[in-house]
Write a protein that binds this ligand. Structure first.
Ligand SMILES: [Zn+2]
Length: 418
């Protein structure tokens, strides 16, 4: 393995952070949704204080913010921030994670010891072929690893440690933020943009080496509630209106050859029914609506309403209520007004010898919301692969590259300030 340009303890830190179970939870009224996230957040605050970051603090919601003071004499270097979330996906257990370092990877399939059927194959992970000779970290087969997003956390900590030890590297004020509950859509709920006080930020939560993400879906959710009429089924002739059958017609009427997750990729959007709660009297269908273009979102919502009223028309006595809720918007609309935020990230990636690869995210990030809250926030690779899965893997060489990008980015913002 090539030795990293900036030697830091990011890998050692990562191997410690994954031991702490920080799984977030969909149906919790608490914030953060699980208190175990506070264990890692509290630890990060302690570690920052130990590194000499005097203002490292955790607020009442668990957010940990800290500042690396400027080392540059220039008074006007913009404050930039780096963000990562500490929670892991509710879909796969993150308890008792046993990380395995596969040293000097030889190009073969990775067999995970605690479940012999768990194999990370080269065929399904073609990017592994580029990792020969590097160290790969996986979980042991029964849990996720938590590289999403503890890799980003460790990389930011590694960069902070390096910058603090090397005050000769000129940079402006750097803000650091560690956040809870990203995986359950709550990562920005109490994020105080004003108190964070940065001109822009970067989430370190992308996948492959060189990735820079400046476009996300725009997203809404729809709740369609179909009302019928229930009576005793033995005496229902001419009276019963079965909401389940109305909803079934509605679902059958949704687009199949396109506009669905199963049939779309790239810049194509979709309508996705993902939950049904059914009874004769009342059946509720929840749908996700996604597109890169917010006006296309409106068109799809119109289409859903039309299909719903057609289903209702075929069942006299039924009716439907449709409620649309905004989830998040494509960050590109904001980033287009902040060309410097994107350009400097591209240049930082180039300086590490990588070609920036700019792909749209078919999903949202905390940055989608933060960008609209006044903090333009693209997403940079952290090296995570197969996230939300027992087959998560990450290369330590990619982690060192991500640290390098952070440090170069800090330099570039300083260089470009007169
Ligand atoms: Zn993530």
């Amino acid at each position: 393995m090539n030795s990293p340009k900036y030697a830091t303890s990011c890998v050692e830190r990562f191997l410690e952070y994954v031991k702490i179970d920080t799984q977030s939870c969909e149906d919790s009224d608490a914030y953060p949704s699980t208190s175990t996230q506070l264990d890692l957040l509290g630890r990060l605050r302690e570690e920052l204080l130990k590194l000499g970051v005097e203002d490292a603090a955790m607020d009442e919601h668990g957010y940990v913010f800290a500042t690396l003071p400027a080392t540059s004499d220039k008074p006007d270097v913009p404050v930039i921030g780096f963000l990562a979330h500490v929670d892991t996906s509710p879909e796969v257990s993150g308890a008792g994670v046993r990380a395995i370092v596969h040293q000097d990877y030889d190009g073969r399939d990775l067999v995970l010891p605690d479940d012999p059927s768990a194999v990370i194959s080269v065929q399904e992970n073609p990017l592994l072929a580029e990792q020969i000779g590097n160290d790969i970290i996986t979980a042991s087969g029964t849990t996720l690893l938590g590289a999403d997003n503890k890799a980003g956390v460790a990389e930011i900590m590694g960069a902070a440690e390096y910058l603090l030890a090397h005050p000769e590297i000129p940079h402006g004020p750097i803000r650091i933020g560690f956040t809870p509950d990203e995986e359950v859509g709550g990562g920005t709920e109490y994020f105080d943009v004003e108190r964070f006080g940065a001109y822009c930020a970067y989430t370190m939560d992308g996948e492959s080496l060189g990735e820079l993400q400046v476009e996300t879906f725009s997203a809404d959710s729809i709740t369609a509630t179909f009302h019928g009429f229930n009576t005793h089924p033995g005496f229902a002739k001419g009276k019963m209106v079965n909401a389940i059958k109305v909803a079934a017609d509605f679902i059958a009427g949704l687009p199949r050859d396109g506009l669905s997750p199963e049939t779309t990729a790239g810049y194509e959007g979709f309508v996705h029914p993902n939950m049904v709660e059914a009874s004769v009297e009342r059946t509720t269908v929840k749908l996700l609506v996604r597109d890169f273009n917010a006006s296309k979102l409106k068109e799809m919502e119109q289409l859903v309403a039309t299909i719903a009223s057609q289903a209702v028309a075929a069942h006299p006595g039924s009716r439907v209520e449709i409620e649309v809720q905004e989830s998040y918007r494509n960050m590109k609309a904001v980033l287009d007004h902040h060309a410097d935020v994107v350009e400097n990230a591209r240049e930082a990636i180039r300086r590490t010898g990588l070609e920036p690869s700019i792909e749209p995210i078919r999903g949202g990030t905390d940055g989608s919301r933060l960008s609209f809250m006044g903090l333009p926030t693209p997403n940079i690779f952290a090296g995570e692969h197969n996230f939300h899965s027992r087959f998560e893997w990450i290369s330590t060489s990619d982690m060192h590259k991500a640290v390098e990008v952070i440090i170069e980015l800090c330099r570039i913002w300083e260089e470009k300030t007169s």
